[in-house]
Each structure stands twice: as C-alpha cells, then as structure tokens.
Design a binder for this molecule. Structure first.
Ligand code: XIL
Length: 302
C-alpha cells in the first residue's frame, strides 16, 4: 500500500508531520506517523520556552522523545525553532539589548550543538517580518537588539552544526505579490550575496478562506529557489473539507513538485483532532485516523 513518505521519496523528497511528545503513547497516532511520514517536526518541544525554561538550564526530555522516536524509525527531524519572538521563557521576555543578544546566541549554540548531526534542517529564525504592507521587520525584543540579529543567529547555528540545513521560516509569504514575501526575498538575496550561511526558506503555509492558497505559489517557490536556497513547506494545513480542500492540497503539492529545490512538505499535525486550529478540519486524516479526500489529493500530485 502506497504512503505519503514512499510517494514523496520517489522524487527524492520527504513528507513530514508535526508531532507532540505526549501523543507518542496513542497507538492510532503513532501507527499513522510510522506508516505515512518520513520526517517529523516537534510541534512545541524544541521551542525556546521548552528547552531553556530557566536561563542556562536546558531540558531536552520531551524533545528527545520525539528525536529518538524519529531516529529509531529512520525519519528525518526538522528542528523548530532556535530564535523566535514567541514562546520565549519569561526570563527571555524580560531581557533586552546586548544581554538578550548574548542569551539568544547562547541558546542557538547550545541547542544546535546538543543536536549536532541529528537535524536535517533547522528553522534558525521564525517569523521575523511584519504582516501588512510595510515590508519591515516585526517589532520584537530580538529585533530591538539590532537588525543583524538574524544573521548572527545563522552564523551561530552554522558554527554549532555545520551539516544541518539552516532555514528562515515564516507565514503569509506564499503570495508573490505580498510585501512580506518580497521583504523576505530581499533578505535572502542579501544573505546570499554577503555569504551569510542560509540554505533554505520554510513556508509555513497555514491556509484558510481569508488566506487562500495563491495562484502564484509555484512562482513564489521558484523565485526563492532561484536565489540558491532550498524551499520547504513546513507547517501545511488548509481549512475546509471535501473536494475543495482536496483540490487545494493537490495544488500546494503540485507547486512543490514543480520546483526542483522544493525538497519536502510537512503538515502541521496528523488527524484533524491534532490540529492547533481551534475549529475546523484542516489536516489529511480525520479524527479516527481515516484518510480524507485531502489525503488522496496530495497522493495524486506526489
Ligand atoms: C503552534 C502549536 O501548534 C501550538 O500547539 C502552540 O500552542 C502554538 O504554536 N507557526 C509556528 C508554529 O511556527 O510553531 C506554531 O505552532 C503555529 C504557527
């Protein structure tokens, strides 16, 4: 019987899912995970608040459960995420200036070193650009340490784990016309021209009626790839149901498959009931673990 992972592998790609450590004792969940996916992302367990709840004290237990499960099952791991304005521990939220910059770089170095050799791709920096038409950086405590905080994080990650692919990851960067997309594109272009170590751009791809799959998705992915980076769809979910949802899943998958450097797709959860979305049915498997039309839409495109 064909699976998402096997179908993706036929074109050298991966097909992943976000995983929660506390669900690894759910046999239906683990059965689908082991069968269908060959990459995992920790849904929350590798975020800053999870790994460094007190400054300088690292807690890897829940993240390790996910990483060890993945390694035992022969799956890749996407690391998510080393530097982010959100899900910071309280001590970091309270910091600013050079102390925060040093703490952030220490976190990047410690975590990337701890997992050296085990991570396929790291989301080094997550969600650093503002929404809307400004094309500006998002205001945050990290941004206020200076515009170069992003490249500093990438350099620290490269030094700590030279073989991991280093990604910039964001949402609402799918439509080529959007100012946010253009702003991230210019940053990646600048990093490549100055030799800042960046290997990939992650597109979260959380879609709904207010933020639909753009018709120009393939153009966006191709334009980024043409800068000399891989592109990955890192947190895919699409609100909806039935054939219209399946068509959108098929379209996203086709857009990735049409770009040589689109190396993989990750869905942000397994069953609809696993989704972070408060309502709706945005994933590929129903609450009972059954394959939805959306699953077959993806499979037809892979
Ligand atoms: C979400 C998780 O799915 C939730 O469980 C958590 O409460 C909040 O974060 N963009 C990201 C992910 O990069 O880390 C977010 O994950 C979803 C949006």
């Amino acid at each position: 019987q064909d699976t998402l992972a096997a179908a993706a592998e036929r074109t050298g790609r991966y097909f992943g899912a976000a995983v929660a450590a506390h669900k690894l004792s759910d046999s239906t969940y683990v059965g689908i995970l082991n069968r269908e996916f060959n990459s995992v992302t920790a849904e929350n367990e590798m975020k800053i608040d999870a790994l460094e709840p007190q400054q300088g004290q690292f807690t890897y237990g829940n993240a390790d459960r996910i990483v060890n499960h993945a390694i035992q099952q022969g799956k890749d791991v996407r690391g998510h995420t080393l530097a982010w304005h959100s899900q910071q521990p309280q001590w970091m939220q309270n910091m600013s200036g050079s102390a925060l910059r040093q703490a952030m770089l220490h976190h990047v170095t410690q975590v990337a070193s701890y997992y050296r050799g085990k991570i396929h791709s790291w989301d080094v920096v997550n969600e650093a650009f503002a929404d809307g038409n400004s094309g500006a950086r998002r205001d945050s405590n990290l941004q206020r340490t200076g515009d170069d905080w992003i490249e500093a994080a990438f350099r620290a990650a490269r030094a700590a784990d030279p073989n991991a692919k280093l990604c910039y990851n964001d949402y609402n960067t799918d439509n080529w016309q959007h100012a946010k997309t253009q702003a991230v594109y210019r940053m990646v272009q600048d990093f490549k021209s100055r030799g800042v170590p960046i290997d990939c751009v992650g597109f979260q791809a959380h879609f709904n009626s207010g933020n639909p799959v753009p018709n120009n998705y393939h153009t966006t992915l191709q334009n980024f790839a043409d800068l000399g980076v891989d592109v990955q769809i890192t947190e895919l979910d699409i609100e909806g149901s039935g054939n219209s949802q399946a068509e959108q899943y098929r379209g996203v998958t086709q857009a990735c498959l049409a770009v040589t450097r689109c190396t993989g797709i990750t869905v942000w959860g397994i069953r609809d009931s696993d989704s972070w979305r408060a309502s709706g049915t945005p994933l590929l498997f129903d609450d009972n673990g059954g394959k939805k039309a959306a699953y077959y839409g993806v499979m037809e495109a892979l």
